[in-house]
Design a protein around this ligand. Sequence first.
Ligand code: KG4
Ligand code: ZN
Length: 338
Amino acid sequence: MSVTILAIESSCDETSCAVMRDETLLSNIIAGQDVHQQYGGVIPELASRAHQQNIVPVVATALKQAGVKRKNISAIAFTEGPGLIGALLVGSSFAKGLSLALNVPLIAVNHMQAHVLAHFIQDPKPEFPFLCLTVSGGHTQIVLVKDFLQMKVIGETHDDAAGEAFDKSAKLLGLPYPGGPMIDKLARAGNAGRFKFPEPKVDGYDFSFSGLKTSILYFLRDEKKKNENFVNENLNDICASIQSRIVSILLNKLEKAANDLNINQVAIAGGVSANSLLRNQFEEYGKKNGWKIFIPKFEYCTDNAAMIAMVGHYKFIKGEFENQSVIPKARLPIATHF
Ligand code: KG4
Ligand code: ZN
């Protein structure tokens, strides 16, 4: 019997719906929210309202594009957390209503677990065990993945996430939100060796980015005192230098974890894994260390419902369902099952 999952993602500022039959993705519709650009960051209340406007057409389009009738859906999967609570409430309420109306099971999905399983949407797929560096706007984690639903966070950030480090640096430079893609673009024409920013000293496989943000703030303040046009005149080099430091912080920790645990299947996931330097350098680290590396397609790096459907598929097979009393959670650690 085939399993058809309809999945809904609404944890931040993308409203997304995907339909997956067995492990084959049939549709993955994503509606972004331009409304936040002018504010330099996601405004939670505006995100919730936009989700409410988007969710009906996004779900309808996903079903139409998949060519699947509602009566053929096996279960509804939705993002339980972590994320913005108002945004999560829109997706979870819609998912609960749909599961009641269609009389099919409800599956709650951890968003960070879904970023990891994004690697199973397309070939080539990693083999277990593998390590996944999950880098997004809200999280930075190194995850040891033993099986589809068995994973353990072995390192994470003490403060800002890698995406926040990009976005906050961009804000200091007067660039619009989200700053990550802008820094990536401007860095291409810059000299990464021009300015040196410190690498934080953090134990184990954990990260910290708040010191980097402060050092950039003081650096810009001091340079602007000497030359008020400093940022404009050196924008490409500043972006390249910041990007290069963020990427080296991430990959040095990933390398340490892979060496210590003797794992040679290594993956990156999450919005920041769209960064071109991270992707290139990851390949270099892979060659140097003899890793088999995995990088998801661009549309599966940033938030999407296809990855929620992937977790939904494996939870369906294991019979891990929720009842109508399930509530979304702004904070939701990945449960370790080993
Ligand atoms: O995974 P994601 O789409 O949403 C969250 O779950 O947070 O990640 C969004 C983050 C933002 O901080 C954005 O600036 C960053 O991913 N990002 C990038 C790039 N594309 C997106 N950061 C650096 N370079 C990029 N090309
Ligand atoms: Zn995400």
